[in-house]
Write a protein that binds this ligand. Structure first.
Ligand code: SAH
Length: 243
């Protein structure tokens, strides 16, 4: 599977419209928009729209069905979400394993993630419609997440896996890479200036310089930060010479 557009989230028999809205919001924050509802108790509802809080586009596009079979039309595989591990005839995986499985599917594979009712989850018949069973490993004494919270966990895993190019750096700031020789010059500069200011022990210079190298190897400096380091060292040298 290639894109989050090929994923649909199916909520079966949801009782509280607020949970439908909160699920829509959870999905939209992670870039997932295909929401299908099977026989919701109360829907549409103002409560759902309020809890969607800006994700009402996802809510308005939601498709309502009379049966799970209908909601799964066009899907190649379905993953049942269950808080209980009683359905031993299907292999159980956690959301991360499920997402790894999705990555193996052909690009145009369509899949459904199926969530159950707040009070009773999914029936055995509904789970039988699904090829995979997914459990969010939780506190064994209190393992049932709120429906929208369960939606959020799965949506997050999907996003982490299908958007690998999320910018983990500082947003809005270009970071120019530096090279090994830039770092070598910086270390030379450290050696000179730390000697000038009397910080480097001339009897044993290697130990400190090695620690400094290790520090900067971890730091992943960009060019701007490199210039700042040179600037600090120059300023310290100038000050020391004046004294
Ligand atoms: N009391 C129900 C739990 C309902 S919670 C039961 O025991 O089955 C509503 C839905 O959220 C569940 O049907 C399931 O789809 C999802 N969910 C909640 N906690 C989960 C968990 N730990 N792992 C997987 N799905 C979970």
């Amino acid at each position: 599977m290639k894109s989050l557009d090929n994923v649909r989230f199916v909520l079966v028999g949801t009782t509280h419209p607020g949970n439908i809205g909160a699920a829509a919001r959870a999905m939209k924050t992670m870039g997932i928009t295909n929401l299908h509802l099977v026989s919701p108790k109360i829907y549409p509802s103002a409560e759902a729209t309020t809890r969607a809080s800006g994700a009402d586009d996802v809510l308005h596009r939601a498709v309502v069905h009379d049966s799970l079979d209908e909601a799964l039309v066009g899907c190649h595989y379905a993953f049942a979400m269950s808080a209980r591990l009683r359905h031993l005839h299907v292999p159980v995986m956690n959301p991360r394993e499920a997402v790894t499985q999705l990555e193996k599917f052909d690009d145009d594979t369509h899949i459904a993630i199926v969530f159950g009712r707040e009070h009773s989850g999914l029936s055995n018949e509904e789970i039988d419609r699904c090829q995979y069973l997914v459990n969010i490993p939780a506190n064994p004494d209190y393992s049932s997440l709120n429906l929208a919270a369960a939606v959020q966990v799965v949506a997050y895993e999907l996003r982490m896996s299908f958007q690998p190019n999320i910018d983990h750096g500082r947003i809005g700031e270009e970071r120019e890479a530096i090279t090994a020789d830039d770092l070598a010059h910086l270390y030379d500069h450290f050696e000179r200036s730390l000697t000038t200011i009397g910080f480097l022990d001339p009897e044993n210079p290697r130990y400190l310089l090695r620690r400094i190298r290790r520090l900067f190897n971890r730091a992943d400096l960009d060019r701007n930060e490199l210039q700042i380091m040179h600037g600090i060292l120059r300023a310290a040298e100038t000050k020391a010479r004046k004294e």
